[in-house]
Write a protein that binds this ligand. Structure first.
Ligand code: PTJ
Length: 246
């Protein structure tokens, strides 16, 4: 469907079209539609903009990514449909590996997601292998790539189910998530939670990394030290209740 740019809900409707097309093209799971709807509801409550606390999380995430020894960006069916080019650009600017990791098991969909990312300028995309597993999780998401998530010290997970965030943390990895719902398990368990829409957060993260590239290691460590994820989550909830009270 062609959405006129003048439509007051142009951005939201365009995102819906991308997710629906993702399902048609075999990239996004059907459950991904429901997950997107939940995200939309929280985005509405957050005012559909990047809030100040989300901005702080983006700064801390940029610093953590620049300090990472082995950084991997984990991509599922929703992220691939919504922001394939932005994810490819982020991976290049920070020298991170891209790895497909999906909840709803399907080899065919993993390959389609990989192809879709490559078509949108990704350099290389890893797929999970049955030979490599992370501990503390039983879903399809336990399978990872031995050169990717398995050995990563920092994993960036734009929108996610909570199980794997928790498992990745238990596997001693630093986990940065983008999650609109501050109450969700991934938001609560992550090392850094960017409470924002991936559509806005990922380009902002790329921009911040570009700015921070000239920072010294000590300065980047200071940014992380001054960051408190629990406080950020509380502020996100306060923002939601303020918007509801208005
Ligand atoms: O491709 P697959 O098989 O890996 O499936 C992907 C989904 C997202 C369906 C899967 O990971 C899943 O079931 O996730 P959940 O548990 O539904 O959680 C997804 C979370 O993403 C929800 O808590 C939403 O609030 C959040 N979300 C949805 N859309 C966005 C979002 N967060 C940020 N930006 C969005 N655009």
């Amino acid at each position: 469907m062609k959405i006129p740019k003048s439509h007051p809900r142009y951005l939201s409707l365009t995102a819906r079209e991308k997710i629906a097309k993702g399902v048609e093209d075999g990239i996004t799971s059907l459950a991904g539609l429901a997950a997107h709807g939940r995200g939309e509801a929280f985005d509405y409550l957050l005012g559909e903009k990047t809030t100040k606390p989300a901005g702080e999380s983006i700064e801390a995430a940029a610093a953590m990514m620049l300090l990472a020894k082995s950084l991997v960006i984990s991509v599922n069916g929703n992220t691939a449909a919504l922001i394939p080019e932005e994810i490819a650009e982020l991976s290049k600017i920070i020298n991170a590996r891209l790895e497909v990791n999906i909840f709803h098991s399907s080899k065919k969909r993993e390959i389609k997601i990989k192809g879709h990312l490559l078509k949108h300028n990704a350099k290389e995309v890893l797929l999970p292998k049955k030979s490599a597993k992370i501990r503390f999780i039983s879903s399809n998401r336990r399978y990872v790539n031995p050169g990717g998530i398995l050995k990563a010290d920092v994993v960036f997970v734009p929108l996610e189910d909570g199980d794997r965030t928790e498992a990745l943390v238990k596997n001693r990895k630093k986990v940065i998530v983008v999650e609109l719902n501050p109450l969700s398990r991934s938001a609560q368990k992550a090392t850094i939670t960017i409470c924002d829409n991936v559509i806005r957060a990922v380009p902002l993260l790329t921009k911040t990394i570009r700015q921070y590239k000239i920072y010294s290691k000590t300065r980047l460590q200071k940014v992380i030290k001054g960051y408190n994820n629990k406080k950020i989550l509380k502020e996100a909830l306060k923002n939601i209740s303020r918007n509801l009270a208005k």
